[in-house]
Each structure stands twice: as structure tokens, then as C-alpha cells.
Ligand binder design. Structure first.
Ligand code: HEC
Ligand code: HEC
Length: 350
């Protein structure tokens, strides 16, 4: 008897502990974007009954694990399953909701017909190719009082987390309290909705093709002595994107200056050539201790150049330079540095 009570106490303490843990993890990793109790902000609201009743725990779990690559929503790759489950339970405590019970029957539809319907009914908000709301969901600079942004649907994280039946549920019911309406109420038939689901699912192919192209592109970057990437943005935006990506990669921006600074009369520097110096001091010190010649290419630097053809980002590939030193330890550090360069550039040019 005493034993049983002790066990019960332990169990209660453990569940209490897990709830507290979920709350702490949520506050640390999610609240800044989704609001303290899920009211939304840069991130979509999570506390709405209409949202909670149209998704599964599995969906929440996978969304946290895989994130939404290319959008603001990060992937929490290093969290343990247990930590993610604790967050899921905490998010579920925001609002009373119905448990979503989905049939496992596949949604059969005609993707071709769905495409026409998508263009007519969805593209204005979710983008012609499912890329998501314009200028939002990819940037921190969005004013907080704008309406809820439409998430990207042609997104590996979304497509991996969701199921056909969940997409269908969202289209049938809509999400009350957001711009996402019920298309059944808007007059579409269930068959038309099935067609749209089939079309949204077909984004998977395009997403995979893009990912493959990017991998090839990055693989090429691995061997080139000079990394050169064209930015789709203007000079100022490219520089600001790089600065943000540098900070987000745990590097410290040292300074941003015209390439010609100190070489020509002050104020007459060419503003279309800018260099960013940044550093991870741990990495720098480790590398210097191995071989002081790394001072040739450290601290890290990226050069942004505007030409008649567009804005380009250049970097010396630290990994190729390291080959000159023939030191495995240094090569490993420089390989990691190259990967960071590539991911910073990728992030800034998405
Ligand atoms: C008026 C703008 C608007 C239109 C039109 C619209 N949506 Fe949405 N949609 C949104 C918003 C905003 C959300 C996010 C809702 C939320 O916060 O829960 C959303 C959410 C979704 C979701 C859930 C995505 C996720 O990450 O959970 C799906 C799926 C979806 N919409 C598909 C569609 C499809 C397909 C159509 C066309 C039949 C459509 N939407 C039309 C604005 C729109
Ligand atoms: C840096 C901001 C940011 C952080 C941090 C963040 N999110 Fe998000 N989250 C977003 C944005 C923006 C979206 C919408 C994705 C889009 O626009 O395509 C989103 C989408 C989601 C969705 C899908 C919503 C839907 O309508 O289906 C869930 C669930 C979610 N986030 C949960 C979380 C949780 C839980 C955490 C913490 C572990 C977290 N997010 C951390 C910004 C963030």
C-alpha cells in the first residue's frame, strides 16, 4: 500500500515535471515567434481551436522536427523525441479542442483539375507554386500587426509532416479565426477538394527536384577555390540578409566595410563592393593554434559585388586553402568553415 502511494506520487511528480519541461522548452524555443501562449506573431497562431482540432500530435511533432526549410520556422534537429513530445503536450494545453480522428483512406483526386482550382482559389495567398505568403514567413522584419501569413505548401517540411487527410480536413473546415476559409462553405464540392489535395501533394516532386539541384550546386561549391553565388536580392538586402545569417550561425559580425576602405580617399570608395568580416573566436583560436598561417584567410570574410548583371557573393573556399597546409585537423576545421559559408550564403539568398 505504502509502496503503491509512493509510486503514484513518483508518477505524478514525473508528469508534473514533464509539463514544466514542455513549458520551459516552448518558452525558450517557440514563444518569441508564436507568442507566450500561442497567440501568434512572426509565427502563425498555435492556440486557435480551429487549428488544434484539425491537426494530429504527429503533425506537431514532425513540424517541430523538420521545420519549414527556407521559411522562418526552424527545424529542431537536435532535440530528443522526449523533448519534442513535451512541447507537443504543452502546445496542446493552450486550448480545449476535439481530437482529430482521420480515416486512413487515401485521398484520390485529379491533380490536373486540382491545378486549375488551386490557381483560382489558393494561389493568391499561398503563391502560384505553393511558395507561401509573399515577403512574409521568410523574414523577421515583418510588422507584427499584419494578418496571418499563408504558409508555404510546396515545402518539404510541411509535406513531410502532414497527410492527405489532414490537408483535406483543413480545406473542408478552414481555420476559423484566420484568413483560411472553409472551401466547402465557399461552394467547392468534395471531389474538387480531393482534386486540390492531389495537386498539393504533387508539389512533392518539384520540392525534391529543387533539393537535388541545390545539392549539386553546393557540391560544386565544395571543390571550387572561389565560391561565387548570385543573389536574387539588391545590394542592401543581400548585405542585411548575410548579416542576419551570420548572427544566426553563431558567428560574430566584426564589421561591414567598402572593399576600398583605406585604399582611396574617404567617402570616395566604390559602394558596389562591400566586404563583411565575421568570426567565431573559438574556431579562430583553434585554427591559429594548429597553424598560424590561417591568418591569411581568417577572420572569415564574404565579399558582395554589384555588377551590371546582378549582385554576387564571393568567398575564398577555406577548405581548398587548407589543402595547402596538409594538416588533417586544420582541414576538418576549414571544411566546417566552408559548410558554414555555404549555409550562410544559402540562407541569405533563399
Ligand atoms: C485568403 C488567403 C488564403 C486563401 C485564399 C487560402 N488560404 Fe490556405 N491558409 C491561409 C492562412 C493564413 C493559413 C494559416 C492558417 C493558420 O494560422 O492556421 C492557411 C493554411 C492552410 C493550410 C495549412 C498549412 C499549414 O502549414 O498548416 C493548408 C493545407 C492550406 N491553407 C491550403 C489552402 C488551399 C489548398 C487553398 C485553396 C483551396 C487555400 N489554402 C486558400 C490563407 C489562405
Ligand atoms: C523564428 C520564428 C519561429 C520559431 C522560433 C518557431 N516557429 Fe513555428 N512557425 C514559424 C512560421 C513563420 C511558421 C509558418 C511557416 C510558413 O510560413 O511557411 C511556423 C509554423 C509552425 C507550425 C505549423 C502551423 C500550421 O498552421 O500548421 C507549427 C505547428 C509550429 N510552427 C510550431 C512551432 C514550435 C512548437 C516551435 C518551437 C519548438 C516553433 N514553431 C518555433 C515561425 C517560428
Amino acid at each position: 500500500m505504502r509502496y503503491g502511494a509512493g509510486l503514484l506520487f513518483l508518477l505524478l511528480a514525473m508528469t508534473g515535471f514533464s509539463a514544466e519541461k514542455g513549458k520551459l522548452l516552448y518558452q525558450r524555443h517557440c514563444a518569441a515567434c508564436h507568442g507566450d501562449r500561442g497567440a501568434g506573431g512572426v509565427g502563425v497562431p498555435l492556440a486557435l481551436e480551429s487549428f488544434q482540432s484539425s491537426i494530429t500530435d504527429r503533425y506537431l511533432f514532425n513540424t517541430i522536427r523538420y521545420g519549414r526549410p527556407g521559411r522562418v520556422m526552424p527545424a529542431f534537429k537536435r532535440m530528443t523525441d522526449e523533448q519534442i513530445n513535451a512541447i507537443v503536450r504543452y502546445v496542446r494545453s493552450f486550448t480545449p479542442h476535439r481530437k482529430l480522428v482521420l480515416s486512413s483512406a487515401p485521398v484520390r483526386g485529379n491533380a490536373g483539375a486540382g491545378k486549375q482550382l488551386y490557381r483560382k482559389h489558393c494561389a493568391a495567398c499561398h503563391g502560384l507554386d505553393g511558395e507561401g505568403g509573399k515577403g512574409t514567413g521568410v523574414t523577421f522584419s515583418r510588422p507584427r500587426d499584419l494578418p496571418i501569413i499563408a504558409p508555404a505548401l510546396a515545402n518539404s517540411g510541411f509535406l513531410r509532416a502532414t497527410t492527405d487527410q489532414m490537408i483535406k480536413t483543413t480545406l473542408m473546415r478552414g481555420r476559423q479565426g484566420t484568413p483560411m476559409q472553409s472551401f466547402l462553405k465557399k461552394g467547392l464540392s468534395e471531389q474538387q477538394i480531393n482534386d486540390i489535395v492531389a495537386y498539393v501533394r504533387s508539389f512533392e516532386k518539384a520540392v525534391k527536384r529543387k533539393a537535388a539541384e541545390k545539392r549539386v550546386h553546393l557540391a560544386k561549391g565544395h571543390r571550387q577555390p572561389i565560391i561565387k553565388v548570385k543573389s536574387g536580392y539588391d545590394m542592401a538586402t543581400t548585405i542585411s540578409n548575410l548579416q542576419k545569417a551570420i548572427a544566426a550561425s553563431n558567428y560574430k559580425l566584426i564589421r561591414t566595410q567598402p572593399l576600398e576602405q583605406g585604399l582611396v580617399q574617404k567617402g570616395r570608395e566604390n559602394r558596389r563592393q562591400t566586404i563583411l568580416y565575421f568570426c567565431n573566436f573559438n574556431q579562430l583560436n583553434t585554427a591559429l593554434a594548429i597553424d598560424p598561417r590561417v591568418g591569411l584567410f581568417l577572420p572569415c570574410r564574404l565579399t558582395v559585388v554589384e555588377t551590371g548583371k546582378g549582385v554576387y557573393i564571393y568567398a575564398i573556399n577555406p577548405s581548398r586553402l587548407a589543402e595547402l597546409y596538409n594538416n588533417d585537423r586544420l582541414s576538418r576545421i576549414c571544411g566546417a568553415m566552408r559548410d558554414t559559408y555555404l549555409s550562410i550564403i544559402e540562407e541569405a539568398t533563399l
